[in-house]
Design a protein around this ligand. Structure first.
Ligand code: RIB
Ligand code: CA
Length: 330
């Protein structure tokens, strides 16, 4: 199986960590770089979580530190959702692994130039560092083979304000720059190169439960199992406290799985833009399905997914990975 080069931009976070583990567990993925973005927790903590997760999984990938803050807005974080250190109740191992000596935006650009036309980008946090990379390399959209973004909410309520989803809400300006940048680079040609955008309208169909988690963690021999269980327990408790039930939405793992296999979701091309000045609607993602704006499509919006198909793949791969690590450690 030929492994695809994949660059991941995360605000690790519980579901970002699950997405990273899925990619590490996937033989068809070669993770060539990780950008740490401020979001669920401050960027220093995101960096620590990423380096410690690599230590835990025995994987070597360059990790870069992103901007301390969104491109213009003040930083907001979500320790209530992901825990004080972003990994729920989980304790990650100590590590002496170091960050790259270049920043996350540079890491995006270097990876895209190292794999011209072959690199798949996955963004599961605020788009701050992707926007900064785009400023540094306006040709980025044409250098990437594919981009998958977890963000936004399309004809669907928000999870941060009544209309805004977290990743876009933290840095709406960056999200707007990314959607505009892809418009400019492709101006209506090659729709297959438009970013696949997975909003809450889709990702909230991916519902992890304690039963499914139990199938994932199996004999539980490797420390990764306890980390996943302890991280998810905090995430379950947060969703329960929000009245959604003792469950958790796996937003970011869906983005990771779609990056390796876009056929997991059905998408519709449209023009997307982001509200920046609305008193009540700042951070809202708008899909112009009726082409009222008369602009070329700049995104492929995910509109349908088979959760069973996703979970079959996710549980199989991550379950096999934890067993492999257990055997390796003996
Ligand atoms: O709104 C869900 C998104 O915000 C996910 O990426 C989650 O990790 C948080 O970053
Ligand atoms: Ca995230």
């Amino acid at each position: 199986m030929t492994a695809l080069p994949v660059f991941v931009d995360v605000d690790t976070g519980v579901d970002d960590a699950m997405a990273l583990v899925y990619l590490f567990a996937s033989e068809d993925a070669d993770v060539v770089g990780i950008a740490s973005t401020a979001g669920n927790v401050p960027v220093q903590q995101v960096c620590h979580n990423n380096l410690a997760l690599l230590e835990l999984c025995g994987v070597d990938v360059p990790v870069s530190k992103g901007s301390e803050n969104p491109v213009t807005a003040p930083l907001r974080t979500a320790e209530d959702t992901h825990g004080p250190e972003g990994m729920g109740y989980a304790r990650l191992p100590a590590t002496d692994r170091a960050l790259t000596d270049y920043d996350a935006a540079e890491a995006w650009v270097r990876a895209a130039h190292a794999y011209p036309g072959e690199l798949t980008g996955v963004a599961t946090g605020p788009l701050t560092n992707l926007a900064l990379a785009l400023r540094r390399e306006p040709a980025l959209p044409r250098l990437l083979r594919r981009l998958v973004i977890m963000g936004g909410a399309f004809d669907y309520r928000g999870n941060t304000t009544p209309v805004a989803e977290w990743n876009v809400s933290v840095d709406p300006e960056a999200a707007a720059e990314v959607f505009h940048g892809w418009s400019t680079a492709w101006n209506g040609e090659s729709p297959e190169h438009l970013p696949i955008v997975l909003g809450l309208n889709l990702t909230e169909h991916i519902v992890m439960t304690p039963e499914l988690l139990g199938r994932l963690t199996g004999d539980g021999a490797h420390p990764l199992v306890a980390v996943l269980e302890d991280a998810m327990r905090f995430y379950f408790e947060f969703h329960f406290a929000c009245g959604e039930g003792y469950l958790a939405h796996l937003h970011d793992p869906l983005a990771a799985a779609v990056a390796l296999d876009p056929d997991l979701v059905r998408c519709r091309p449209t023009t997307v833009d982001v509200e920046l000045t609305g008193t009540l609607t700042r951070g809202m993602t708008i899909a112009d399905w009726s082409n009222r704006w008369g602009r070329d499509p700049n995104a492929l919006i995910g509109v349908d997914v088979d959760p069973a198909a996703f979970f079959e793949r996710f549980l199989t791969r991550v379950g096999a990975f934890t067993k492999f690590l257990s055997r390796e450690q003996t």
